[in-house]
Structure formats: structure tokens, C-alpha cells
Ligand binder design. Structure first.
Ligand SMILES: [Zn+2]
Ligand SMILES: [Zn+2]
Length: 458
């Protein structure tokens, strides 16, 4: 087996980002990050789990990669890469656990609900010498598509473009020097270039381009795509979409993605049990009620399915931020946290409802109760300090309360190693948040005063 692993590790070197991402997503792992991160994740998987399915998937992809390389070598110089993947390895084929398709699958965009396909994914084929290319497409709208556009202001006809050479899901990417015309009229494209260098692609996000303003509802439309050919192949498509707002998504999340209290409680007790240094039994598990993104008290606490931390962030704010700039990155652990994977923490919802407006942090205790540990610093009311002593029982707690002495804490050191500041932009304001899952602090000794306690790794 170990030579298999070694062989597969060597094969990985030949794979591309899209292929590494495909492998990781098939193995249920995060596929975000740079190539070296993806590589490390796959290598770790190979070494630790040594899954035969993963081994054969690596071999399969490597074989395909070799085939496409050979094809490229044998053909006369062409600016376009030849994709010589077999047309869809059938999923019932027991030899390949991964299905490989020639047609790229455009990533699902939560803010654009696809209603219909107007122009199915089609590759951009360079027709002229030199870099600048013009590719024309003709399409017309069906009666039902016309009606949907006329009757609903949030329905649009949009143009999307991504790399062709992908297997698995592909993010939108504009080619260099893109412009899009419908019936000879220019469409508005919001795009920024990171440099003036020839052949630079516009930076992501490359949003779907709205074709609606220049569209003929009943005549044939001519779509012209001007683009720079610098050796990459792209695929274009036109879809009928409904624009979805962050508020719509929040409502949807509230209807369909609330994690049951029982599951939330189980996660807390697992965290309490798995504490390696047994610190938590004396300090509890701290969870901030302040959203790490908005720096304000959360109203709809959520996290992604793949998040290993208890700390939540505010769903409403997170969705608004991604509406402005789709990053879909968890503000706590920085993993890919797409809309489909968000879950509302109903236990923390209850905590937020039942504790005072000025509470900033709570801790879960080993008897599955919780108590507030930190109040708004601006609050100078001494009476509030007393309030901290009140222990809040979590609803349906089957056990009686166990008094845990929370008054002892150790040194005066405060260390924030590994603390990281990440900036993000909301409108014209810059918002900073701290990667708080790994901040470890030890607060000053104050006997008989249950002030802030050790912040342990959540
Ligand atoms: Zn996370
Ligand atoms: Zn309280």
C-alpha cells in the first residue's frame, strides 16, 4: 500500500487546480485555497486515510492528464488547449468513483436563481490571428421567457463565462479585454484588472453580465463577445435568472437551515468532552455573541456545516457582505462557507433571546448550562457585575445544576499569538475582524470576581 501512496503522491504533481479541487470535493473536504494548500490536503488524505477510492481517482485523473498532454504535443501549434477527456465516464462504472465531464459546470450562484437555459454552455473558439477575437452567437427567446422578463422586474437574461478545461464546478472568469454586445449595443461590465500587462484577466468576482436592456424580446438576438486569446479556453452561456436578494436568502435560511437544538447541544458537549488539557471543566467554552464580521451583536447566528468551531457569525450580515462581494469564506476559520452549507444555530438563538442586550460573551458549562461572562465595556453600571453571577440554564436541560467554581484563573499574561486581522469592505467602510477561534488569552487574577476567563480553543 505504501508504494501505492508514494506513486499517487508523485502523480499529484501533474494535476491541476481544478482536478485537485474535484478530488477534495469528492472526498468531502474543503476545496478552497491555493494550489499548494490543495496539494497538501490531498497528500494528507493519502497518507492518513489511504482510501483505495482516492488512490484510484488520482490514477484516473493522472491518466487523463497524460492523454491530454500527448494530444497537445501531437497537434500543430494551436493557441487553444485541447481537452481530450472522454465524454462523461459513467457513474455506474465501478472502476471510476469520479465522473469526468467535458462540459464545465458553472458554479451555482445563490444571488442568481437559474430559471432557464437560453444558450447552453458553448466554447469560445478563436477565429483570427493575433490575440483579439470576436465570437458571435444567435439566440431568441421563447414565449414563456419573454413573458417572464416582461412580468417580473427581477428576471434577467444574463451572460456567463468560465474556463472550459475544468472538470467539476467552475467559477465565473472573464477573459482578458472582454466586452459583450447585444444587437451591437455594449453591455455594462463591472470589472477590474490587477495590472496593465497584456493578457491579464479581470479579477474575480466576474459577475453574470445583464443582457436584458439591449435584448429583442421577439426577434433573433445577436450576441458578440470580444475577447483576448492568450491561450486559455473559455465557455460561455446565457441564462434566464431571477435575482435573489440577501434578504430572500436569509428568509430561505430561516425556513430550511435551522439546526435543531438537540444537535447544537450535542456539539457543545462533544467540544467540552474533547478538550485535551481539561481546561474547559474549570473555564467553560466561551462563545462571543458579537459577530466577528459586523462587530455587533448577532441576530441570526450561523456557521457552515464544515466549521469545527462553536463560534458563530451573523447570517444576515454575512449574506449582505457576499451580495456585495462574493467570497463565501467563514470569518472564523477562513474555510469555504457557501450559502448551501450555512446552518443557523438554534441553541445560540435561544441564548441571544434570553440573555440581556448588553451581554457580549457566554460560556457553555460542563453541565450543559450556560452563563454570560462579559458585558458591554461601556457599561459602568456596577449592578451588572452581579448579574454575571447568574447562571442561565439551557432549556430542557435534563440534569440539575452543578455549581462550578469559575473564580480561579491564573496569570496576568495575555497572549494573542496566531491572532490575525482580516479586513473586508462594506460599502465605503472598512470592517476589521479578528480570527477569534484560536485566540488564547489568560486574564488577570481577580479573586471573587468572575471576569473574563481563559478563552480556549473552540
Ligand atoms: Zn468556520
Ligand atoms: Zn445575563
Amino acid at each position: 500500500m505504501s508504494t501505492d501512496v508514494l506513486e499517487a503522491t508523485v502523480m499529484l504533481e501533474a494535476l491541476r487546480v481544478t482536478e485537485l479541487r474535484l478530488l477534495l470535493s469528492q472526498m468531502g473536504k474543503s476545496k478552497s485555497g491555493l494550489k499548494k494548500d490543495l496539494m497538501k490536503r490531498v497528500v494528507d488524505l493519502l497518507h492518513n486515510e489511504c482510501n483505495p477510492e482516492l488512490l484510484s481517482a488520482v490514477r484516473e485523473l493522472h491518466k487523463l492528464r497524460q492523454v491530454s498532454k500527448d494530444a497537445r504535443r501531437s497537434s500543430k501549434p494551436s493557441p487553444v488547449e485541447i481537452i481530450s477527456m472522454p465524454a462523461c465516464v459513467s457513474p455506474e462504472n465501478p472502476q471510476s468513483p469520479i465522473s469526468v465531464c467535458t462540459e464545465p459546470q458553472m458554479i451555482k450562484l445563490p444571488f442568481y436563481q437559474t430559471l432557464d437555459t437560453i444558450l447552453p454552455p458553448t466554447p469560445l473558439v478563436p477565429m483570427y490571428e493575433g490575440a483579439m477575437q470576436n465570437s458571435d452567437f444567435m439566440f431568441h427567446l421563447s414565449v414563456s421567457q419573454q413573458a417572464q422578463i416582461q412580468n417580473n422586474a427581477s428576471v434577467e437574461c444574463v451572460f456567463r463565462i468560465c474556463y472550459s478545461e475544468s472538470i467539476g464546478v467552475e467559477e465565473d472568469q472573464y477573459p482578458p479585454n472582454i466586452s459583450v454586445l447585444v444587437n451591437h449595443a455594449n453591455c455594462l461590465i463591472e470589472c477590474t484588472y490587477s495590472s496593465n500587462k497584456l493578457g491579464t484577466e479581470p479579477s474575480r468576482p466576474c459577475r453574470p453580465i445583464d443582457l436584458t436592456p439591449n435584448l429583442y424580446l421577439t426577434f433573433t438576438n445577436r450576441l458578440s463577445v470580444l475577447w483576448g486569446n492568450f491561450g486559455k479556453s473559455y465557455t460561455v452561456a446565457v441564462y434566464l435568472v431571477r435575482l435573489v436578494s440577501s434578504q430572500d436568502l436569509l428568509d430561505q435560511l430561516r425556513r430550511t437551515a435551522v439546526e435543531q437544538q438537540e444537535l447544537c447541544r450535542r456539539r457543545v458537549s462533544e467540544k467540552l468532552r474533547s478538550d485535551p488539557e481539561n481546561e474547559i471543566s474549570t473555564t467553560g467554552l466561551q462563545v462571543s455573541l458579537i459577530c466577528p464580521l459586523a462587530k455587533m451583536r448577532m441576530s441570526v447566528p450561523c456557521r457552515a456545516q464544515g466549521c469545527a468551531h462553536l463560534q458563530c457569525f451573523d447570517a444576515s450580515f454575512y449574506l449582505q457582505m457576499n451580495e456585495r462581494k462574493p467570497r463565501w469564506t467563514c470569518p472564523v476559520c477562513h474555510r469555504y462557507a457557501p450559502f448551501d452549507e450555512l446552518l443557523i444555530d438554534s441553541l445560540l438563538c435561544d441564548v441571544l433571546e434570553s440573555c440581556g442586550e448588553d451581554e457580549e460573551e457566554i460560556e457553555y458549562l460542563s453541565d450543559s448550562s450556560w452563563r454570560a461572562t462579559r458585558h458591554d465595556k461601556s457599561d459602568k453600571n456596577k449592578e451588572r457585575v452581579q448579574h454575571q453571577q447568574i447562571k442561565h440554564q439551557v432549556n430542557c436541560n435534563p440534569m440539575g445544576s452543578v455549581i462550578v467554581d469559575l473564580t480561579q484563573s491564573s496569570s496576568d499574561d495575555e497572549d494573542f499569538h496566531k491572532e490575525e486581522t482580516v479586513s473586508t469592505h462594506l460599502e465605503d467602510k472598512s470592517v476589521h475582524f479578528r480570527k477569534c477561534g484560536i485566540v488564547k488569552t489568560t486574564k488577570a487574577k481577580k479573586s471573587k470576581n468572575p471576569g473574563p476567563k481563559q478563552l480556549t480553543k473552540l
